[in-house]
Design a binder for this molecule. Structure first.
Ligand code: S3P
Length: 438
């Protein structure tokens, strides 16, 4: 197995943020529900969005890749799938859970499966409410493969979500919109809201009302969706790797253009600013219902802080890289309320602990978080190997930790980076990092 490491004395330059993975996946799914052809630009050509796109083709949708910038969804001539559609979602939890909503709503025969990691992830969170809505789903003990057979969903449904999960919320919204159901949902903490925003952009009758830290969502599937072209903004979660790389690498200054700044995704900026980060936000605009901006980052001396549990759903994918910032910050950083990390592409709390052990950073671990004992002067003099646990965000996080240390951090199995950030190494090369492969 090949291992990679990153090194740099300073990072400098301007880069364009790659397209948002969550929004890319939603754009092809929701785009295929319209009645006319539409164009998408900024789609992320990475493994996860592509496995969602391929699954939609198997479900009979007509989606054409025009070039690396434009995707055309041909809605004017609709094809119904013949027989059972067999779809492989690879590593993508978002693809599998969101498409489950669409398939249940359309009442079609399908099988959804994925790679070894995806087959271990919990699916009862979607199966239970979808079956209560009237779907026919059979699972392998609460895990994929999921088998869907023909069904018709109820006309009205109301659900209080037991966990704040954007994948669960989006699955149910897609089941409702594609079966013309009226849906009322409640989540006690607001998870990323790209689905709500995109449905609103395409003219759906969807209202949201903030209640304390959470929200109520009312979707009335009475009208028609309005076909329009859609531009996908840059992925804040991918930008977070660049942001923290520049913060912890001495004498660095980088500008990341076109980063999605939706407030349910970008709380990491406020957290890093509380840690002492010098980050400037420029050119804020709205693009297809999503905020977007350029982010300038300067190397900074960070301090440890306590992270509020209520912020966790908004930084859920950034916790691995935030743990690296905390490792090189003076003082302790407390992260709690993050037990959902145990059910991601790997058990991310365990993967972070194993990596910190190897680097020699002190920590206490809990069922739902970590207390990291950071040190700005921490160094490592002998090269080490770190396991990615097959998880793209763990691989990228520990590659970036290597930028701060004298010795090399060799990260095994970096192939999975292609699921979300295929030009990760090219972007780091362009801002002055050296990449070694052994
Ligand atoms: C995602 C939602 C998040 C996130 C995942 C992508 C989405 O999961 O971790 O990488 O696109 O809806 P939750 O379902 O835990 O919010």
């Amino acid at each position: 197995m090949k291992a990679f490491s990153l090194k740099s004395n300073n990072l400098n330059g301007t880069v364009r943020c790659p397209g948002d993975k969550s929004i890319s996946q939603r754009s092809v799914i929701i785009g295929s529900l319209l009645n006319e052809d539409i164009k998408l630009d900024g789609f992320l050509f990475a493994e996860d969005p592509l496995s969602t796109l391929n699954a939609l083709l198997r479900l009979g949708k007509d989606i054409q890749i025009i070039n690396e910038e434009i995707i055309l969804i041909k809605n004017s001539k609709k094809n119904n799938p013949t027989g059972k559609a067999i779809c492989d979602l690879g590593n993508s939890g978002t693809g599998l859970r969101l498409l489950s909503g669409l398939i249940a709503g359309e009442g079609i025969n399908a099988e959804l499966s994925g790679d070894e990691s995806l087959l271990k992830r919990p699916m009862n969170r979607i199966i239970k409410p979808l079956n209560e809505m009237g779907a026919n789903i059979v699972s392998n003990n609460g895990c994929a493969p999921l088998h869907f057979s023909e069904s018709e969903l109820v006309e009205e449904f109301s659900y209080e979500m037991p966990i704040a999960s954007a994948q669960l919320k989006s699955c149910l919204l897609l089941a409702a919109i594609s079966s013309k159901m009226n849906l009322s949902l409640y989540e006690d903490s607001i998870s990323r809201d790209h689905t709500e925003r995109m449905l609103k952009y395409f003219g759906a009758n969807i209202q949201t009302e903030k209640i304390d830290n959470g929200q109520k969502i009312i979707l009335k599937s009475d009208g028609k969706l309005e076909p329009k072209d859609y531009s996908i903004v840059g992925d804040f979660s991918s930008a977070s790797f660049l942001i923290i790389a520049a913060l912890i690498t001495k004498k660095s200054q980088i500008l990341i253009r076109n980063v999605g700044m939706n407030e349910t995704r970008s709380s990491l900026i406020n957290i890093l600013k509380r840690m002492g980060a010098n980050i400037q936000i420029r050119n804020k605009k709205i693009c297809c219902g999503e905020e977007v901006a350029d982010i300038e980052v300067f190397s900074s001396d960070l301090v440890g802080i306590e992270i509020d549990k209520k912020d966790i759903p908004k930084i859920i994918d950034e916790i691995p890289i935030l743990s690296i910032a905390a490792s090189f910050a003076d003082g302790k950083t407390l992260i709690t309320g993050a037990s959902e990390l145990r059910f991601k592409e790997s058990d991310r709390l365990n993967a972070i602990e194993k990596g910190l052990d190897k680097i020699g950073i002190g920590y206490d671990s809990f069922k739902d978080g970590l207390l990291i004992d950071g040190n700005r002067n921490h160094d490592l003099i002998e090269d080490i190997y770190i396991e990615s646990f097959g998880d793209h965000r763990i691989a990228m996080s520990f590659l970036i930790a290597g930028l701060r240390l004298s010795a090399k951090i060799n990260v095994d199995d970096c192939k999975n980076i292609d699921t979300s950030f295929p030009n990760f190494f090219d972007i780091f090369l362009s801002i002055g990092a050296k990449i070694e492969k052994i």
